[in-house]
Design a protein around this ligand. Structure first.
Ligand code: PMP
Length: 451
């Protein structure tokens, strides 16, 4: 066994962690993960716990998916790298594109543009949306609209459309021309509206008002997650995303679905947009596209957008955007194997069934523990608990109790993610009912200790 204290010291003196205060690494050393098996991770001290986080919402098929590992190894032998910039392509990325085209055909998406991850996918969609309008002869359409509480990665474009101050303030000034509307978040919203359907209508009206205020002809795109993820798992009422689609269409505004979390089965459907019966103009994917085994992403593009770019005679549709690793053959091979397993195992169906069990178990915990202010879920395997120090005032919980909760839950067999006052659950989609129980029992112990 490795010396965990020595590793913690070396970690503190040699690296900074995303989304953490640099001074925290020694005071609150991170868990050192040294192995994983099935849906569980194993730490440096030999503890094995169910991963309630699924890596980072990405390890949908668990950690032991041999076909993906084999595909990566084989591709490394055959062709470890070559670019897909104009002039070259590779057989792995061609095969993958055909598969993705078929997979996303019901969403009306017919072309893929490859990236190295979620933030890149968002950046790609934002940029191509502006270019689309220029190609079409509407160059004044440059602004973006998005939801407060939305998360769209950490590049400057994505951060500018992000709706959470934690990811914005330190990096301002951000990109000009980005505006936000209230999210359909029944637990807290500026309208004090708790009825999800009425709230959806109010938020749609706010979108209409903002479009009128900005001038429809100045707006390139509206970007949203079909279910807000990092903002605390906030599923909108079923009328919301179709309403957004309708407003965007009427105003000539492109709809970008940020499905970095929701694509490939997490919501119980193969995409979050399909879950709500909506066809977006761009769909950003990443994360589960390779089961987290290789940094990779794809922006899927709707056929009407494709026609505008491919039909261009002016030269304006030449794409001045792309990454060294766009269409990486190893990533493509990983994604091909991952997609085959994802479909073979029908993980969307298991996500829906296990997600329902997890959600009702969390609701039962709310009956038991006062500090659980809100329980959200009901759409596959993405759930959250929002913790409060007082249910009546909804004052958010302090760092102390939520830290204890996380630690004791871990000691009792489950890794959960804490983000602000939220406990977030996004386990692998191959979870069993017994694994759901392990998570719930561990959380119960965690809440008992933190109460
Ligand atoms: N969009 C959404 C909806 C996300 O959840 C994330 C990551 N959690 C991103 C974009 C950014 O992805 P990445 O961290 O791979 O850059």
């Amino acid at each position: 066994m490795k010396d965990s204290n020595f590793l913690k010291e070396k970690n503190a003196r040699s690296l900074w962690h995303p989304m953490a205060h640099p001074a925290d690494s020694l005071a609150n050393p991170p868990t050192i993960v040294t192995g994983a098996e099935g849906v569980s991770i194993i730490d440096v001290d030999g503890h094995k716990v169910v991963d309630g986080v699924g890596g980072l919402w990405n390890v949908n098929l668990g950690f032991s998916c041999q076909p993906i590992k084999d595909a990566i190894a084989a591709q490394l032998e055959q062709l470890p790298y070559y670019s897909t910039f104009r002039g070259t392509t590779n057989d792995a990325v061609i095969e993958l594109s055909e598969e993705l085209r078929e997979f996303f055909e019901p969403d009306g998406l017919t072309r893929a543009f490859y990236t190295s991850g979620g933030s890149d996918s968002v950046e790609t969609a934002l940029r191509l949306a502006r270019q689309y309008h220029k190609v079409k002869g509407e160059p004044a359409r440059t602004k973006y609209l998005s939801l407060k509480k939305g998360y769209h990665g950490t590049h400057f474009g994505g951060a500018s459309v992000n709706g959470n101050a934690n990811f914005r303030t330190a990096y301002e000034p951000l990109m000009a021309g980005c505006f936000h509307i209230p999210a359909p978040y029944p637990y807290r919203n500026p309208f004090n509206e708790t009825d999800p359907e009425k709230l959806a209508q109010l938020c749609l009206q706010a979108l209409e008002d903002e479009i009128a205020f900005q001038g429809a002809g100045t707006i390139a795109a509206f970007i949203m997650e079909p279910i807000l993820g990092a903002g605390g798992v906030i599923p909108p009422h079923k009328s919301f995303m179709p309403g957004v689609r309708d407003i965007c269409t009427r105003n000539g505004i492109l709809l970008i679905a940020d499905e970095v979390i929701t694509a490939f089965g997490r919501t119980g459907s193969w995409s979050g947009s399909r879950h709500w019966g909506v066809k977006p103009d761009f769909m950003c994917t990443a994360k589960a596209i390779t089961n987290g085994y290789f940094p990779f992403g794809a922006v899927m593009i709707a056929d009407d957008v494709v026609q505008v770019f491919e039909g261009d005679k002016t030269g304006k549709a030449a794409i001045g955007h792309g990454y060294t690793y766009s269409g990486h053959p190893v990533g493509a091979a990983a994604a091909l194997a991952c997609l085959a397993e994802t479909k073979r195992l029908k993980v969307n169906e298991n996500a829906a069934a296990r997600g329902a069990e997890l959600f009702s178990g969390l609701q039962a915990l709310q009956d038991k523990y006062e500090m659980i202010g809100d329980v959200r879920g009901g759409h596959g395997l993405m759930c959250a608990l929002e913790l409060v120090s007082d249910r009546a005032s909804k004052a958010p919980i302090g760092k102390g109790p939520i830290g204890t909760l996380q630690e004791v839950t871990y000691q009792n067999g489950a890794m959960v993610r804490v983000s602000g006052p939220n406990v977030i659950l996004s386990p692998p989609l191959v979870l069993t009912s017994a694994d759901v129980q392990t998570i719930l029992t561990a959380l119960d112990a965690g809440f008992a200790a933190a109460s």
